[in-house]
Design a protein around this ligand. Structure first.
Ligand SMILES: *[C@@H]1O[C@H](CO)[C@@H](O)[C@H](O)[C@H]1NC(C)=O
Length: 344
């Protein structure tokens, strides 16, 4: 009797085991198929298509890893910012860095141009917050696409800012003209460049034409001298903000949109969606963006308002708020290390 019941017990346990493992299998299959569905939906939303089934499988694996990372990040409570499964969700962080940044860090600062004047050095009163968008000095968010010319977008946005502040006219200017025509210093179109070198080019070029006249293509092209001849705006010079001091940067941003370089290499930056960004990031400057304001969030966190050039589906409608006044003198992601602005 005892033996029989043991045998029955074993059979019961064995059946239970089969049932449990089939449940697990079903769940795994279900999860996989829902991830496949999510990938399909994501592809439709962002208009992505792949060469063949091999590429699709490879992209799916990256997508899956990214989705899992984003969801686990967001599941932790009290994060000051959120990530989202955005347009970069099928790109590994390495390839993302290679294709969407393009700021060429001054590798040897001692060989770079001497320190310029800083016209805001004696500024004492600055407003507690400023948003240059509200003053009409910021054009709509643009999209550099898969071209490492962030530096052109950053410089042009700063130039659009000073043009609007000085002349009261908001005009969208041509990044493609800079990409095609600027060979000054480190500037190499989609292969990268520096905002200061872009300002040098614009001064020498005696201005820039409009976005409308010389529209963005997202690839390196031949300089169209006819189009480039009809300038819509000019700058007289540019100045560097004294490095590694957020107080100095504040004086400048209080007066005009400023080109800033940051380390945008991390996954958290790639998938940033909303809130005040606090890192992870280092200070290996690889991306040019534009500080178009600053303020204080509801919870008291001070932030920089930064215009990016990755379209409106990234971040807060194309913008990111980055933590301001941190302990490190370089600022978050190195934002206070190499900033500059054009002068009217
Ligand atoms: C700032 O103040 C100092 C001392 O008065 C003066 O020498 C300097 O020219 C001022 N800088 C600017 C940019 O006005």
């Amino acid at each position: 009797m005892a033996l029989i019941s043991t045998a029955r017990g074993l059979i019961f346990l064995a059946l239970l085991g089969i049932w449990a493992s089939s449940q697990a299998t079903c769940r795994t299959l279900h999860e996989a198929s829902s991830m496949l569905e999510r990938h399909e939906q994501w592809m439709a939303r962002y208009g992505r298509s792949y060469e063949d089934i091999t590429e699709k499988e490879m992209r799916f694996q990256i997508f899956k890893r990214n989705v899992e990372y984003i969801e686990s990040f967001n599941s932790v409570g009290n994060r000051p910012y959120k990530l989202s499964v955005n347009l970069f969700a099928d790109q590994s962080n390495e390839e993302f860095q290679a294709s969407h940044n393009g700021y060429k860090r001054t590798s040897n600062p001692s060989t770079s141009s001497p320190v310029t004047a800083f016209r805001y050095e004696n500024v004492t009163a600055v407003p507690s917050s400023i948003d240059w968008r509200k003053k009409g000095a910021v054009t709509p968010i643009k999209d550099q696409g898969r071209c490492g010319c962030c530096w052109a977008f950053s410089a042009v946005a700063a130039m659009e800012g000073i043009t609007s502040i000085t002349n009261g006219k908001s005009v969208s200017l041509s990044e493609q003209e800079v990409v095609d025509c600027d060979t000054s210093g480190e500037d190499q179109g989609c292969a990268g460049g520096l905002m200061d070198d872009a300002f040098k080019f614009i001064i020498q070029n005696k201005g820039l034409t409009t976005e409308e006249n010389y529209p963005y293509k997202g690839v390196d092209g031949t300089c169209n001298k006819n189009k480039a001849a009809s300038h819509a705006a000019t700058i007289a010079g540019y100045e560097d903000v004294p490095a590694n001091n957020e107080k100095e940067l504040l004086k400048a941003v209080a007066n005009q949109p400023v080109s800033v370089a940051i380390d945008a290499s991390g996954s958290d930056f790639q998938f940033y969606s909303s809130g005040v960004f606090t890192g992870e990031c280092g200070t290996e400057l690889d991306h040019g963006v534009t500080a178009v304001g600053y303020g204080t969030a509801e919870d008291g966190t001070k932030y920089w308002l930064v215009k990016n050039s990755w379209g409106t589906s990234w971040g807060e409608e194309g913008y990111i708020r980055m933590k301001r006044d941190i302990d490190a003198k370089e600022g978050l992601c190195g934002i206070a290390m190499e900033s500059s602005y054009p002068t009217a």
